[in-house]
Write a protein that binds this ligand. Structure first.
Ligand code: NAD
Length: 480
């Protein structure tokens, strides 16, 4: 839906553009009666999530940075803990270490450096690190465990070290299901020089920008290009000076992405089909971007987009958000409908990206972000075409990330789960309730949650995050 409502210039939030979540269960659970009965009965508890607001601190309280703590009480601190503490302190977070815990009532975040785990038995140190403080985590506090990517450990690494580091994944995914209260838990796996460039990822995962991301594994490795100056990376406009293109931006998630990228400092071109030209113009006006009427599936689209970018002096960020569904069970499927879904959702993004890379328009510092879906990971009844196309988006990331990295650009994707949009408002009521409640966070996400993940990937400081697919799904059980 095009929006002509006012936009918050700092967060890009446009509450009027978000659909009213007709989530009656959430409304009940948040009512005085619901607050009394829901937690006691062990029902899903969709508490309001802590989302980013202008000027809000990174975390809702001090952030404890700790190593693993053995049964003898000894803390094993790796180099990653020091880096994390410095990165968080640099953006004003109140970082505390274990020896200062006595002075802290509620923690706003927890970072556990588990990179020192060299054998399965070392994982017991997670109990020493986490258990004493879990009850002190504020609502909406975020937990990040730092590990080493088992697939990228040096050749001399022992099997025991690989086992221990792989074990962190089960730990974090399970803790994500336990913590409740809008708290989230993620695992960041470092590889190569990843520890040197982990700052943007820590800031994203500990802040309200990742409110609807939980139980995920993010790999941070060698940056594909040099990082920007720290002041720009840590400031409120990390995308300033960046030129971005967002497809399917006339409404819904695409409009939200465009709005947030503008709020973070980017110049944004909003693309949509001729039939949506009026809505596109209104949205572009509302978010402060420029409209480009273009059907991405047309033969002329790669050339026209390249021309447009060339005139603007190049492009830094391309977000392939445009998407369609033509849902039917396969026994009733028409080939032309199946083909249309494949072409809009993945065929055209592939052609456009290859053209821009080939023309040298997407180079050093470039970012390509695809929009996949949980359906592309888990499959869905009646969605063979959509799921094939969205799995294809993940294939595009796998195929093009190495090519783009050679040019100094990254290729990633986000995979949204249930997001409150016009699309999901049309889903049958029971399926809709199920979609929301299957998430550990017990609710659907908002378009801005998808936009936040994309804005993080688009930052120049995220040069060490490449070839990945981040689920923005509140830790849904689907495909997990
Ligand atoms: P939407 O239908 O509201 O918006 C999609 C936009 O893409 C529309 O403005 C449409 O005109 C545009 N578009 C379609 N074909 C195009 C073409 N050929 N060229 C240019 N633009 C075109 O959808 P949404 O709910 O905002 O979803 C956005 C993206 O997120 C889609 O890729 C969708 O598959 C994905 N997604 C959505 C959800 C959800 O819960 N809503 C979940 C997972 C993934």
């Amino acid at each position: 839906m095009p929006s002509s409502s006012s936009t918050d210039a700092t967060t890009g939030a446009d509450p009027a553009a978000e659909p009213q979540t007709a989530d009656r269960y959430a409304a009940f659970a948040r009512s005085p009666l619901g607050r009394r009965v829901v937690p006691g009965l062990g029902l899903p508890d969709p508490v309001p999530l802590r989302r980013d607001t202008p000027g809000a601190p990174l975390a809702p309280g001090p952030v404890l940075v700790t190593g693993l703590v053995g049964t003898d009480g000894h803390e094993h601190v790796g180099g990653a803990a020091g880096v994390a503490a410095a990165e968080l302190a640099a953006v004003g977070a109140d970082v505390v270490r274990r020896d200062a815990l006595a002075h802290v009532d509620r923690l706003g975040g927890l970072v556990v450096d588990a990179t020192t785990a060299g054998s399965p038995a070392d994982l017991v140190g997670l109990v020493g690190a986490c258990t004493p403080v879990l009850r002190r985590l504020a609502r909406g506090a975020h937990v990040v465990v730092l590990g080493l990517d088992p697939a990228a450990l040096p050749g001399g690494a022992t099997a025991a070290a690989r086992v221990a580091q792989r074990g962190l994944e089960g730990f974090t995914r399970s803790l994500g299901k336990e913590v409740g209260g809008g708290r989230t838990v993620q695992l960041v796996l470092l590889r190569g020089r990843g520890v040197d460039v982990v700052g943007s990822t820590l800031r994203f995962l500990l802040s309200g920008r990742s409110a609807f991301v939980s139980g995920q594994v993010v790999r941070v490795g060698d940056p594909v290009h040099d990082l920007p100056p720290a002041e720009q990376a840590r400031g409120p406009h990390p995308l300033s000076g960046r030129r971005a293109v967002v497809t399917g931006a006339a409404r819904g998630i695409g409009a939200s992405i465009a709005r947030l990228l503008v709020a973070r400092g980017a110049e944004v071109v909003l693309v949509d089909v001729p039939a949506a030209a009026d809505a596109l113009a209104a949205t572009a006006r509302s978010v402060g971007g420029a409209p480009l009427v273009l059907d991405i599936t047309s033969d002329l689209a790669p050339g026209r987009l390249a021309e447009h970018c060339e005139r603007a002096g190049g492009v830094d960020v391309v977000v392939h958000n445009a998407g369609i569904t033509r849902d039917r069970r396969l026994r009733n499927m028409r080939p032309d409908a199946f083909a249309a879904v494949l072409d809009v959702n993945v065929g055209a993004p592939l052609r456009l990206t290859e053209h821009l890379l080939g023309a040298g328009l997407l180079g050093r510092g470039g970012r390509v972000v695809g929009v996949s879906s949980l359906a592309g990971i888990a499959g869905n009844d009646g969605q063979t075409s959509y799921a094939a196309s969205k799995a294809g988006v993940i294939g595009m990331v796998d195929a093009l990330a190495p090519v783009a990295a050679a040019a100094g650009a990254t290729v990633n994707a986000v995979a949204p789960g249930f997001v409150e949009t016009r699309m999901t408002a049309a889903v049958p009521p029971l399926t809709r309730q199920l979609g929301r409640r299957l998430a550990s966070l017990g609710q659907g996400g908002l378009p801005v949650d998808v936009a936040e993940a994309i804005a993080w990937l688009a930052e120049p400081a995220s040069a060490g995050v490449d070839g990945q697919v981040l689920r923005v799904c509140g830790q849904s059980l689907l495909g997990a």
